[in-house]
Design a protein around this ligand. Structure first.
Ligand SMILES: Cc1cc2nc3c(=O)[nH]c(=O)nc-3n(C[C@H](O)[C@H](O)[C@H](O)COP(=O)(O)O)c2cc1C
Length: 200
């Protein structure tokens, strides 16, 4: 599959096209991405989160900032993510810096979530030890009765992070493992990209 892989010299235009393809072809969660961070000892950590918004500024996901990942990304200000779209034999790798989304953006997204997910954001002390599942469900029940008929506001520790990309690699499987790799790189603060191909 050669596709018109190189028609764009703008990584966002290429991501737009590939993400649309993924949404068409992947059976579930085309927006799932593995998010890597490092802990205070420099030991890498990785888990899946969902891409909830993106534009030319960057790629947005939401999480509990008091979670393991929250603490790590606040400390280092740097992350990497990886999308693997198996049905298309494609991967996209993004490395970059982190900034918080605006309060308005985070509030609007939180309000768009189902009520039970909003309660879950309050109930979960994400990444901290939990005695048993009953403890979690009891917290949810308690919150449900506390918030009955009341608007649930976004917890201050539950927020959106935008990845400001410095590097975006597009990888397309090709026959005989002679894959295509196209990398867009830029310096912090720059809007223009250097484009290079890498050996597979
Ligand atoms: C498909 C999928 C989507 C997920 N989406 C999110 C997400 O958007 N935000 C989030 O905080 N955790 C999400 N999780 C859970 C994380 O992978 C992880 O278990 C959790 O955030 C705790 O990670 P941490 O202890 O490294 O902070 C998702 C997991 C899966 C499998």
């Amino acid at each position: 599959m050669t596709d018109n892989f190189f028609i764009e010299n703008d990584p966002f235009a290429l991501f737009d096209r590939w993400f649309a393809d993924a949404n068409k072809h992947e059976s579930e969660d085309a927006n799932a991405m593995a998010l890597a961070s490092v802990d205070e000892a420099g030991l890498p950590n990785i888990r899946v989160v969902l891409l909830k918004a993106w534009d030319k500024r960057g790629f947005v996901f939401y999480t509990n900032l008091e979670s393991k990942k929250g603490v790590e990304i606040i400390a280092s200000g740097k992350v990497a993510v990886n999308f693997h779209w198996k049905s298309l034999k494609r991967q996209v790798r993004i490395r970059g810096l982190i900034e918080r989304v605006t309060k308005e953006e985070a509030d609007a997204y939180f309000q768009s979530r189902r009520r039970i997910s909003q309660l879950g954001a309050w109930a979960s002390q994400q990444s901290r030890p939990l005695k048993d599942r009953d403890t979690l469900m009891a917290r949810v029940d308690q919150l449900e009765s506390d918030y009955q008929d009341k608007e649930i506001l976004r917890p201050p520790h539950w927020d959106g992070s935008r990845i400001l990309p410095l590097e975006i690699e597009f990888w397309q499987d090709q026959d005989f493992r002679l894959h295509d790799r196209l990398v867009f790189k830029r310096e912090e603060g720059s809007k223009s990209w250097n484009i290079l191909r890498l050996y597979p």
